[in-house]
Structures are given as C-alpha cells and as structure tokens.
Design a binder for this molecule. Structure first.
Ligand code: AMP
Ligand code: MG
Length: 331
C-alpha cells in the first residue's frame, strides 16, 4: 500500500479487524497488530516464527495512551516521557491487566514506545488502538529497514505493508527498563547510556555489555543474522583481516571484507561500513541482506574506540547487533 491518506486509513482498519500490517518507523519496519486483540497478537508470533517467550513492544501515537497500558509511572518514567519521547527509545513499566500476558511473555511489565517517525505515528493514529510491533522480519534474520525487505520475508503472511520511507536510524530502539529500582538498558540503541545518565541523574548502564564475558559464545543465541557465515574483527587490524580473507579464498569461499575504509585492502571483495556510527547503523541490516546474496562469507570489522569515528550514541548498538549477527565469532 502507498503512504497516502486513504491507504493509511485502510491500514488502520486492517489493524482493528485483527490483521497484521507492516509499517515504517525511524528504527526498523514494524509488524503491527492490535494490542487489545490477543488472537491478532498471536498471529505475530506465527508469521515471524518468533519464540513466544520473547515479549513484544506496544506502540502508541499519543502520550496519554501510556496510562492505559502501564499501571505505574515513576519519576524516571515521567522524565523520559516528557523530555525524550517520541524517540527511538522503549520504556519498560509495570503493566495493567488489560495488557495480555501473550504480549509480555507472562511478565508483569510491558514495553512501550512512541516512534519519532511521522509516518509511524500517522499509521498508529489511524489504527486508534495500541499496536504491538516487533521488527517485520522472520525471527533471527536482519531487521528490514525498507518496505521491500518486509515483502522479502513477509509476503503472503500478512495483510499489507505500508510503503513508507527507508528507516533513518536503522537499528532497533534503546530498551530502558524502568520497572526495577534502578534504570537499566536491556538493549542499546540510538538513545545512549550517557544521555540517559545525565537526564535521570543516576548511572544508567547497559545490561551485559556485548563485549563482556557474560555474552561469550554459546550463552547468547544467534540473532539479526545473514544467511551466510560471518565473523567479526574488533581491532581494525588490516593484516589479520587480509590473512583471514585469503584463508577463506583458499578454502573455496567467495568472501567479502565489510570494513570502514576499503582503500587499504587491495584487490579483494570490499564493502564500506559507513564513516561514522550513525551511517553505519542506518545501513547495517540493508547491507547484510545485500552481501548475503553476493558472497558466501562475510568478514566484518568494527572498531569502537573513544576518539575514533565510531564512539557515539549508535556505536554500542551497532556493536551489539554485529556481535549477535556473527554469533560472537570474533577473530
Ligand atoms: P523486538 O520486538 O524484536 O524489537 O524486541 C522486543 C524486545 O523488547 C524484547 O526482545 C525484549 O528485549 C524487550 N521487551 C519487550 N517487553 C519487555 C518486558 N516486558 N520486559 C523486558 N523487556 C521487554
Ligand atoms: Mg526484532
């Protein structure tokens, strides 16, 4: 469906009728269902092949909806709602009874997000109900950041996709848990820990920093992954990258080096990751989906150091997604 008034209104009706609709947001494309209709929400898990123990985020178009979804809005939440939302951030709060355990995977809390994207809010307003929306991809695959990628995964499984703009941020929202005594980031995204620390006046950290031992191979499952093997290098070591690439060539692969500066790698298959963290994030998933079609082994490099071009808000998020995409196979 095109992004015009008539089609947006129709997409809203499809949601109220219990159907699934793909729609644009500033982070990634979402797969919307009526949060007040448990059967509709259940269809989301089936369409994606998503494990039922992975809870869904409830999307809103107006801050007044939060009081209908959350049973308690503490002082931290008031601050975030007032001065950050709408933004690529999701807050977790204690849930009201009206919110089904099917949405929250049985948890007593619920995740709520108000997208910054005007297109997203127009669609949500047309639906007129809170809308659950995970990313509109088959579970485990890279999230879609264009409507074409939604169609690639979801054609025939959902009622419609609203063809809006490509996603500006490109990685999923920061998930901030405000249902515990101290705020904690469950998933890094474009709204950084540093920013939230200064806003809330208490230290806000990321649960299981992606490079820490807790996230070692075997503990975490593969996620956001391309369908060809991928490894990650974290030191910007040109020699190591070239040696690994050349080894894969000798093993019969047609690999690609996915790196920040392609000039240093000679006559090998190359792809640029983006010159700063925001552009790396914006192109991340789209590039994974392009590379998996052209090559059969991805050798990625991401170097996050203070003072490098990757040290800003999205870097933590990009590193987290890359670590999961390669299932923690760091060379
Ligand atoms: P996705 O829909 O794939 O963007 O992922 C939604 C993510 O939000 C989940 O994987 C959780 O990390 C987080 N989330 C959703 N609901 C809750 C909740 N009630 N408590 C904690 N985290 C949640
Ligand atoms: Mg997802």
């Amino acid at each position: 469906m095109n992004f015009n008034e008539r089609d947006v209104a129709f997409a809203g009706k499809l949601i109220r009728d219990g159907e699934l609709v793909g729609f644009p947001t500033e982070t990634v494309y979402g797969l919307g269902a009526n949060a007040l209709d448990t059967d509709a929400v259940k269809k989301t898990y089936a369409a994606k092949g998503r494990p039922i123990d992975n809870p869904l985020i409830v999307h809103i178009y107006d801050k007044s909806q939060i009081a209908e979804i959350a049973s308690e809005i503490n002082d931290f939440a008031v601050k975030v709602i007032k001065s950050v939302m709408p933004a690529p951030i999701t807050i977790v709060l204690p849930k009201r009874d009206a919110i089904s355990g099917v949405i929250t995977a049985g948890l007593p809390s619920v995740a709520i997000r108000m997208p910054q994207s005007e297109e997203a809010r127009r669609f949500l307003r047309a639906a007129g109900v809170p809308v659950t929306a995970p990313s509109a991809n088959i579970s485990g695959r890279p999230s879609p950041t264009t409507w074409q990628r939604v169609r690639e995964d979801m054609d025939g499984k959902i009622a419609a996709v609203l063809c809006g703009a490509p996603c500006m941020v490109g990685i999923e929202s920061t998930v901030l848990d405000l249902s515990r005594e101290t705020p904690i980031i469950l998933r890094p995204g474009a709204v950084s820990a540093e920013f939230l620390t200064s806003l809330l006046g208490v230290p806000v950290t990321v649960l299981n920093n992606p490079t820490s031992k807790v996230n070692s191979p075997g503990i975490r499952y593969k996620h956001y992954a391309p369908n060809v093997p991928m490894v990650l290098e974290l030191d910007d070591n040109v020699e190591k990258l070239c040696d690994f690439y050349d080894l894969k060539v000798r093993e019969g692969y047609n690999p690609v080096l996915w790196v920040k500066e392609t000039a240093r790698f000679g006559n090998r298959n190359l792809c640029e990751m983006g010159n700063d963290d925001a552009s790396a994030a914006a192109a991340l998933y789209e590039t994974m989906r392009t590379l998996e079609k052209q090559y059969d082994f991805i050798v990625a490099s991401f170097c996050w150091r203070k003072g490098s071009s990757y040290d800003g808000a999205e870097s933590q998020g990009v590193l987290d997604r890359l670590m999961r995409a390669c299932a923690h196979n760091v060379i």
